[in-house]
Design a protein around this ligand. Structure first.
Ligand code: 3H9
Length: 697
């Protein structure tokens, strides 16, 4: 059975791609298209050809899983040649998403039609690739170089309306369904067949690239230099579009594209980004949940606590069209909270990231109250109050009294025991952690934390909720800090020790930023404010294990009244948001080294990165063995979406696997010998390294 069944209707050959779920252009699809075009060419009764996706979408691109293997013919250029060389007009009929190689197939057809809900785009950059099937050459020929750069570098699909305006499609077909699209495309194809050929080919056009400002490409490179530091694909994309404009022929430009695509496909960055793509999708799958479990419907929500976090979470619901009530103890807290939310919307409207009408609509979905009785009918309530078990008990006790049966009682705690919180209710099966990341309306991660008694339906509901909110969910088990903050603690701890051993905050930050973190750990702490962590540490001081190494540097900085950016000084000195290294802090750190008897030595940037990542992977291995994370890749997803881990590095567990677990273990053992118990190698790391395996192999 062909992956592209062929049939003729009314003198039009219809090639229907049948490769669920997204009709990826795997080998069978490529074979099917080439064969279908050949068959249509040879059939005298056929006057035109329609290429259409079966099911819910056109082709969503190359089959990403094939990139790790030797690619089998026919290759993408073979398919494109077949489409383009057809003397009978070929019409691509688009619905769902026509992406990457799929859209490139469409661009090499003579005509394109779509239904109004279709989306088209070239998202390869998100996988560390470039459009390698002529997209960097054909797109500029249709929309001009500047717009093509915009679309390819942005990697975001556009709607059919915009595609029509840009000349990327010829017609929007009436109707909403695939059969309606097919009928419209056949009618369109018959019209075109009645017109004498040759039919238009994007490769022959020069009108949109002639007269391109030669400075455009350097300008784009310069404008993005900081954002793209260390990344490959973006620069290669600019080079290819430049070749489309500057090379004498289409084929010369295509050769530049092909060479660069081959480089990117083999690159470590693309491997990491492709891994991240699948890791994100895996994380949504929860083994052990009964197949028939149905998430509860969430049509209304309530958030307890109108602080920064509570307001951000309320915005998430409102942005997703879910009515949400914000509850706080006093009207003053409510007023301050709603003012902050309004301010956030005003800022994003001013920046152009949210249209005014969308902001107004979202704001209209947020209401406030100070009375628990008012939220009783909400389908879910998310608690975002102060991180104190006593306060959480009070809140959950109140929720237990008022909330309707079947409401989900979620907590945004970032560290506390979910079972402890659930114990203040008589319905622990409805209690679960939904840990959002600050700013909650921006950060993509939703770390869901299952308690011992959270029901399968409660788990399924918050996993589904994440999708509704446009978040990426990971399911964690219950331990102090769960996946994310437990590893973050180790990360920060090792950075602090390196300060005492000879590094400076700015060196640590520089090394982490060179690795790809958008912000180093100390700049991040200064931004978040140092006082919160200080008060947590003071609270725990009595119970801290004094036999373990502890760095007092952060406490000393707070004792100086330096709480970070908001006080104009923290690890750095600030003028507004501009941070500068502060010799006073260097002196303070040196004096701590002397006081603790830690000899100072040169620490290299490479040592900083290796030490931090090895410690993270070692802790990750413990988390994995304890079942706190379901998969190593879930730890990576947590870091990619919640902690700004550079996506093109894949995540700490991916990093470790790429290094080789034996090599990482060697580093861990070396620090264990030097630093002691905090570096005890994770048994799982030892086991996997000895077996010569990765985390899952
Ligand atoms: C390319 O085209 C290169 C060319 O320029 C050059 C070639 C020479 N391949 O996301 P979902 C799977 S690069 C293989 O949950 P949604 C996905 O893993 C490619 N598998 O659904 C999942 O599997 P599972 C450029 C793929 O409705 C299932 O399909 N294209 C691919 O939320 C459902 O996916 C892209 O980058 C694929 N290409 O979103 C598009 N795509 O069920 C990548 C999906 O086992 N894809 N799968 O977990 C997407 O952006 C979204 O999947 C899409 C659907 C918007 C299509």
């Amino acid at each position: 059975m062909s992956a592209v069944p062929y049939r003729v209707e009314n003198g039009v050959a219809v090639l229907t791609i049948d490769n669920p779920p997204v009709n990826a252009a795997s080998r069978a699809v490529r074979v099917g298209i080439v064969d279908g075009i050949k068959q249509a060419g040879a059939d005298a009764s056929v006057k035109a050809i329609v290429l259409i996706g079966g099911g819910r979408t056109f082709i969503a691109g190359a089959d990403i899983r094939e990139f790790g293997q030797q690619l089998q013919p026919p290759h993408f250029p073979d398919v494109i040649d077949a489409l383009e060389a057809s003397t009978k007009p070929v019409v691509a009929a688009l619905h769902g998403t026509a992406l990457g190689g799929g859209f490139e197939f469409a661009l090499s057809c003579h005509y394109r039609v779509a239904i109004a809900s279709a989306k088209v785009g070239l998202p390869e950059v998100n996988l560390g690739l470039l459009p390698g099937a002529g997209g960097t050459q054909r797109l500029p020929r249709i929309v001009g170089a500047a717009k093509a750069l915009d679309m390819i570098l942005g990697g975001k699909p556009i709607g059919a309306d915009e595609a029509l305006k840009l000349g990327l499609i010829e017609q929007i077909v009436a109707g909403k369904t695939q059969p309606e699209l097919e009928a419209g495309a056949i009618a369109f194809a018959r019209e075109r067949a009645a017109v004498a050929g040759p039919h238009p080919r994007a490769r022959d056009r020069v009108d949109k690239i002639q007269g391109t400002d030669p400075a455009l490409f350097d300008e784009v490179r310069a404008k993005n230099a900081k954002k793209w530091a260390g990344r490959l694909a973006e620069f290669k994309i600019v080079e290819c579009v430049q070749a489309a404009v500057e090379k004498k022929t289409f084929d010369e430009g295509s050769a530049v594209e092909r060479d660069n695509f081959v480089i990117l496909r083999a690159s470590a960055q693309s491997k990491a980004l492709r891994y991240a793509f699948f890791a994100e999708r895996e994380a949504a799958k929860i083994p052990g949940l009964p197949d028939d479990v149905k998430p509860r419907e969430i049509k209304s929500a309530a958030v307890i606590g109108a602080g920064t976090m509570g307001g951000g979470i309320a915005m998430c619901f409102a942005n997703a069209g879910v009515a949400v009530q914000m509850l706080d103890a006093s009207q003053a807290a409510i007023d301050a909270g709603i003012a902050r939310v309004r301010g956030n919307y005003a800022t994003s409207v001013a920046r152009g990231s949210t249209p005014q009408d969308r902001a107004d609509k979202a704001l209209g979905l947020i209401s406030t109250t100070t009375r628990y009785e008012d939220i009783a009918q909400a389908d879910i309530v998310v608690e975002a109050v102060f991180e104190d078990m006593k306060v959480k008990h009070d809140v959950f006790g109140a929720l237990d009294r008022v909330m309707k049966p079947g409401a989900i009682l979620a907590t945004n705690t970032s560290t506390l025991d979910i079972d402890g919180i659930a114990s203040s209710t008589k319905r622990p099966e409805d209690v679960i952690g939904t840990h959002f990341f600050s700013p909650a309306n921006v950060m993509k991660l939703q770390e869901n934390v299952r308690g011992a008694k959270s029901s399968a339906q409660t788990i399924a509901s918050v996993m589904a909720l994440a999708k509704t909110l446009g978040k990426v969910p990971v399911l964690a088990g219950n331990c102090h800090g769960f996946i994310g903050n437990r590893i973050l603690y180790v990360y920060g701890r090792e950075c602090d020790f390196m300060l005492e051993e000879g590094a400076t905050p700015w060196q640590v930050d520089r090394a982490l930023q060179a690795f790809g973190f958008p912000m180093g750990v100390y700049l991040m702490r200064d931004l978040a404010g140092l006082d919160v962590g200080w008060s947590v540490r003071k609270g725990r001081e009595a119970t801290r294990d004094k036999s373990l190494r502890y760095s007092p540097v952060a406490d000393r900085i707070c004792e100086m009244g330096r709480f970070g950016q908001k006080t104009g000084a923290g690890y750095y000195k600030y003028e507004g948001r501009n941070a500068t290294p502060d010799p006073e802090i260097e002196k303070l750190i040196e004096s701590v080294s002397v006081e603790l008897g830690v000899p100072r030595r040169a620490v290299t940037d490479e040592q900083i990165v290796t030490r931090v990542l090895s410690a993270m992977a070692n802790e990750g291995a413990k988390i994995l063995a304890e079942g706190i994370a379901i998969r190593a890749s879930d730890i990576d997803v947590t870091y990619l979406y919640g902690y700004g881990f550079p996506r093109h590095q894949g995540g700490p567990m991916f990093w470790a696997e790429e290094q080789g677990l034996a090599k990482v273990l060697e580093t861990v053992q070396r620090y264990h010998a030097e630093q002691g118990v905090l570096w005890t190698p994770a048994p799982l790391l030892v086991e996997r390294a000895a077996a010569g395996k990765g985390w899952t192999g």
